[in-house]
Design a protein around this ligand. Structure first.
Ligand code: ADQ
Length: 482
């Protein structure tokens, strides 16, 4: 990869990349589905360094004597430092403040957002626990690369404890417009927390604009330079930029071209697709922001408006349960099952089921094989910071057979311009786009896919990480030297 990063690197996330669980056959690690981890693990394996995260697995203490687990266990490339949280901390910090407060608010689903002062206090204290661990483990002048809405206070807390560290914080989800942000009772503290960073990264220019407006509207003694995308605050300069996250397209291509995954991919078509049918896929965590129910509604609309398509389309939806401690997520999972059953009852017959469901996490390599096998993919998020599934689908389409239908409210739509845009709030329009996708000629599909693949080759995951970290290194060079 050859990144030009010189200083030691410390990554900080809420979720750990490897969760060690006790099983009947001993300890087994699980790699959780989730965009942040799938993006950062390969990076740290390459660069080496430290990763600090919440140790959430039942066997985590066993594999991390003294709180440190080598990754991978057999041939260590980096050190994973685990922070242990008690049930009250998990509830207040993770389940309540982050997942029931900041998550829906940032995705503009305000009627779902719940805030409480009690949860806020726990959130702040858990952030401080992370900050203390960072302060203890980080080598002098290290680059700290911290992440997301669970750790919004971390940058300023770290700065207080260790002013020698350079801090980049990346916000993976959308940044809400100010009128929505201000509904969060602690929005000013959240902003102050983030402004402790030297570099603040967002997925899109829209997010950067929304953030700068929020800062301007919230504080009197601040100056925002929109052209340079800088905030001047408390005698410091904070760079605020869009760094769209991406995938490692080269690695994904070689996975799908491997003999095993090629066989798996062909096997999927042999089993699922008959007589010229087209195979569609979707892959999501069962999260209400991903637009899973609107997608099923659009499919229903599609089969109603285009009856000649019945029997011609098989749709495979892969949905993995997530955040099951939050009741809204359990309810959504049940709702998806009901809707799926209903569509199959209403339109299916003995020979054909329109929607097939897989309700678990799928091994990454096989997932790429599914993407390769598909004729189209539906990414229908209501709001989404980026959406890596869209980029993974494009990467895995080495036969260039497939069409991507992509929500225009997902960050990925800013880059993947040759996808067919869909509005998940418009079932009739969504159904019409699906009809258009199915009718596209092989040549049209190839040209679109080629253009998106070219884009991903020019903007890889490593470019994303390198851009952020080199920006951080550059803007903090002066104070490291002094
Ligand atoms: P997520 O909301 O988790 O990420 P996304 O970007 O789509 O969303 O990443 C999901 C990841 O999990 C993908 O790598 C996908 O392949 C994997 N995955 C999902 N379902 C799976 C299943 N059933 N089996 C196996 N793997 C599965 C957050 C933001 C996004 C942003 C990312 C990265 O919400 O907008 O793109 O961070 O910044």
């Amino acid at each position: 990869m050859g990144t030009p990063i010189q200083r030691p690197l410390v990554v900080v996330t809420n979720r750990e990349p490897y969760v060690d669980e006790r099983t009947r056959h001993g300890v087994r690690y699980v790699q959780k589905a989730g965009g942040v981890v799938s993006a950062l693990d390969p990076l740290l394996r390459e660069l080496g360094g430290d990763w600090i995260a919440w140790g959430s697995g039942s066997a985590d203490r066993l594999t991390a004597p003294g709180g440190v687990r080598p990754v991978p266990l057999s041939d260590p490339k980096y050190r994973l430092h685990r922070i242990y949280l008690n049930p009250e901390e998990i509830q207040g910090f993770y389940t309540r403040y982050a997942n029931q407060g900041l998550w829906p608010l940032s995705h503009l689903l305000i009627e779902r957002a719940r805030f409480s002062r009690r949860a806020w206090t726990i959130y702040r204290n858990v952030n401080l626990k992370f900050a203390r661990r960072v302060a203890r483990e980080s080598p002098a002048s290290a680059l700290i690369f911290s992440h997301d809405y669970q750790l919004a206070l971390l940058p300023s807390q770290i700065r207080q404890l260790r002013p020698d560290l350079a801090i980049a914080h990346f916000w993976h989800i959308p940044w809400p417009v100010f009128t929505v942000l201000r509904l969060c009772p602690q929005y000013q503290e959240i902003l102050r927390g983030l402004l402790g960073a030297d570099v603040l990264g967002f997925q899109t220019d829209d997010d950067v604009e929304a953030f700068l407006t929020s800062v301007e509207r919230s504080f009197r003694h601040v100056s925002v330079d929109r052209q340079r995308r800088q905030v001047h605050w408390q005698s410091r300069v904070i760079e605020v930029r869009a760094f769209p996250i991406s995938v490692d397209i080269n690695a994904l291509e070689s996975i799908v071209r491997s003999p095993r995954i090629t066989r798996w991919s062909r096997g999927i078509r042999r089993h699922l697709v008959h007589d010229g049918q087209q195979l569609g896929v979707s892959v999501d965590r069962a999260d209400y922001t991903k637009g899973i129910i609107p997608r099923l509604e659009a499919l229903r609309e599609f089969f109603r408006r285009y009856p000649h398509r019945r029997g011609q389309v098989v749709f495979l939806q892969v949905v993995v349960p997530t955040r099951s401690e939050v009741s809204a997520y359990r309810a959504l999972f049940r709702h998806v099952e009901q809707e799926t059953r209903r569509i199959n009852q209403d339109f299916g017959n003995n020979d054909w089921q329109p929607v097939l469901s897989v309700r678990r996490s799928i091994d990454r390599k096989r997932l790429m094989g599914i993407f390769r096998a598909a004729d189209f993919a539906l990414v229908s998020s209501l709001f989404d910071g980026m959406n890596l599934v869209a980029k993974e689908f494009v990467s895995a389409q080495v036969d260039q057979r497939g069409v991507l239908l992509l929500s225009e409210t997902a960050g990925a739509s800013h880059e993947l311009e040759e996808a067919l845009a869909i509005n998940p709030w418009d079932p009739e329009g969504f159904a019409a786009s699906l009809e258009q996708a199915l009718s596209l000629s092989p040549e049209d599909r190839r040209v679109r896919m080629q253009a998106m693949q070219d884009h991903l080759h020019q903007h890889t995951l490593y470019d994303w990480a390198t851009d952020i970290l080199t920006t951080l290194e550059q803007v903090t060079a002066a104070y490291v030297e002094s």
